[in-house]
Design a protein around this ligand. Structure first.
Ligand SMILES: [Fe+2]
Length: 315
């Protein structure tokens, strides 16, 4: 089944940005795990780091994307890489010492994005939580109780898992072909040549990797599942109140259906809170749609910042 989940994304950053990076991600709700010279941020209780920062770069850039699989998946991907004549690479030394899996490979996609695929157990599933109940015409699902406690009683918003990342690519179609033919992902939906969304086979969120059009590669956002639409709203508002921005949200995507609030990170890319994303149980029966371009961003919510889709990593 090839790749099964997104393990982490790694960004190279300037040494001088370490303090503001730590402040940003810990305020967002992730916990800092120091890995030697690296800074890693993870959802509390998770098996894997979600965002790994590699200090020492001249400017922030996507360092690599790591995906998890099993022995069979790795063997399949190795075959596909060989067919495409894509060479395996040595592991970056800075990452290698801190990884859990012994059995992993490194390679670049046709546009230069560095990938790691590792044999490793899946991330722990977030613990089940009380259902998010709403009343609607003909349905009294929440009875004799209010929806929210006083604002001051609402706990800190904790991301439950790394859900997906969106990468810039100079060729949406070329990257779709690579992710499907070589990594075994499936196309969920796309909007012309502006954006595309891919999932893993075997039961997956609507998107695990997403692609945005640019003239170069780059990292646009990492997205984290929270407990409910209220968590998206509260988490986003609290980040705005702490001075982060410009943000984009609260709103809802049509493609994938998720509620969202994007918070701008220190480099002009984003960390996203999301809730209620579509789940694709069977890739073979899911039919990918090509959505009108006006649906590519959102269905409702404020307009995004003007530079929301600008690739600040592009030279
Ligand atoms: Fe997203």
């Amino acid at each position: 089944m090839a790749v099964q989940f997104l393990k982490h994304v790694a960004l190279a950053i300037p040494e001088a940005d370490c303090d503001k990076a730590e402040e940003f991600y810990t305020n967002f709700g992730l916990e800092l795990r120091r890995r030697g010279d690296l800074m890693a941020f993870a959802c509390k209780g998770s098996r894997y780091d979600a965002v790994i920062l590699v200090p020492g770069a001249n400017r922030k850039q996507l360092h690599h994307v790591a995906m998890g699989t099993d022995e069979g998946g790795l063997a399949w991907i190795k075959q596909r890489l060989a067919l495409e004549e894509i060479p395996l690479l040595d592991a970056p030394e800075c990452i290698d010492a801190h990884e859990i899996s012994e059995n992993r490979i490194w390679f670049r996609d046709p546009h230069g994005v560095l990938f790691q695929v590792a044999v490793c157990p899946p991330e722990k599933a977030p613990a089940p939580e009380p259902q998010f109940l709403i009343n609607s015409p003909g349905h009294f699902n929440r009875v004799d109780v209010g929806a929210l406690p006083p604002k001051s009683d609402i706990a800190d918003v904790c991301p439950r898992k790394l859900g997906h990342a969106l990468l810039f690519t100079p060729s949406i179609s070329g990257s779709i072909r690579f992710l499907t033919d070589v990594l075994g992902m499936r196309l969920s939906d796309r909007s012309e040549d502006a954006v595309a969304f891919l999932h893993c086979q075997g039961g997956s969120d609507h998107h695990v990797l997403a692609l945005g059009s640019s003239h170069d590669i780059g990292f646009h956002h990492a997205s984290f599942m929270v407990g409910s639409p209220d968590d998206v709203g509260v988490g986003g508002q609290r980040m705005v109140d702490k001075g982060y921005g410009p943000s984009w949200g609260f709103g809802r995507h049509a493609i994938g259906s998720n509620f969202f609030h994007y918070i701008r990170d220190p480099w002009g890319s984003y960390a996203e809170y999301y809730a209620d994303i579509d789940y694709i149980a069977n890739s073979d029966t899911w039919e990918a749609q090509n959505w009108p371009i006006e649906d590519s961003l959102h269905t409702w919510g404020p307009n995004p910042p003007e530079d929301f889709v600008h690739n600040y990593e592009a030279g």
